[in-house]
Ligand binder design. Sequence first.
Ligand code: NAD
Length: 364
Amino acid sequence: MYRISLSNTIRLSTKRQFSTTSSNLVNYGFVGLGQMGQHMARHIYNNLETDDQLYVYDTIPKSVDDFVLNVTETNTTNRDKLTKLPNLKSFVTDVDGQLDFIVTMVPEGKHVKGVVEDIITSFKENGYSPEYKTTIIDSSTIDIPTSQEIHKYVKETIPEFDFIDAPVSGGVAGARKGTLSFMLSRDNHQDISPALTVLLNKMGKNIFPCGSTHGTGLAAKLSNNYLLAITNIAVADSFQLAKTFGLNLQNYAKLVSVSTGKSWASVDNCPIEGVYPDANLPADVGFKGGFITKLTRKDVVLATDSAKKFNRFLFLGDVGRHWYDKACERKDIADRDLGVLYEWLGDLKQNENGDIIDVKGGQK
Ligand code: NAD
């Protein structure tokens, strides 16, 4: 059942007047209950204060139903504070008080753009109180120009509102555990409002202000994920080389973990099975789950495209992108954790003409 919609005038004059007796009242919206969003929204739900409300929506109704069932079964206390909405316009028309924050966690820039345009249009059509500023927090990983365009659109349409890029690192495991790191286009912690800090702390552990210009959060995210993607290729190379030399790979992995080759890709996501049996790494479960190769490719594409737009030549940009493009031609590689590139490299052989042959996939 959807909550009965009140007229905007009534909503603003009733709930907000009572808000003087409850300084904690915050209305949250969440759009996109996929792999990441379902966990982030769950943490918001579990950490709602007495008078807070959470409104959720996804284009896939089953994702919303599953989310609501899952969180309300595990935590019955906040059941009445959660409402599923039928569409994006209802984030304005079907809520009990203007939303303070709307978090978006959707795949690409075009999705974020569509979501924000629908919500802002609904505000324009149905009214809003500039006194209660609505801030849209976009945690999706998207390209910087689209995010800047959306920011400009929001500021030009309703200047009192805000749209902030706040991408995350930590992956699905971090989202599940509530340990995500947020990267924000803000100069320092003082520039992040206390209410926003409270919201981000419900879902994550670290908040990194990355700069005053809109898009710096995404710039930090793309720079980091480019580094991850490239070190991941180097780790695959290094471990296949060690294998060719006949080294004991578990011993080699332990050596790397205390040597100069140490990185997240070589240690925390070590591609060799059984090195860290208690850590439940993707390598121990056939690289299932984790941060899948096609999402890594997406970030490499965003990073290298942005580099071109900003006239920044990268040593390994084209090479890295080439190999992630090729890796994603094989579905079994594309859909598994990026550590699988080590395994995939084992399938690649160079013939006498210098061509690279994928023994399980075809010519590369
Ligand atoms: P996902 O595909 O699992 O989830 C996206 C959700 O958004 C889906 O449920 C989809 O139905 C919904 N959606 C799409 N368009 C929508 C719209 N117009 N309105 C409402 N809902 C809509 O993706 P994910 O893995 O959760 O990732 C989301 C974003 O976070 C992506 O930008 C991704 O790059 C980024 N990210 C992912 C990870 C990760 O490890 N999966 C880590 C960091 C960042």
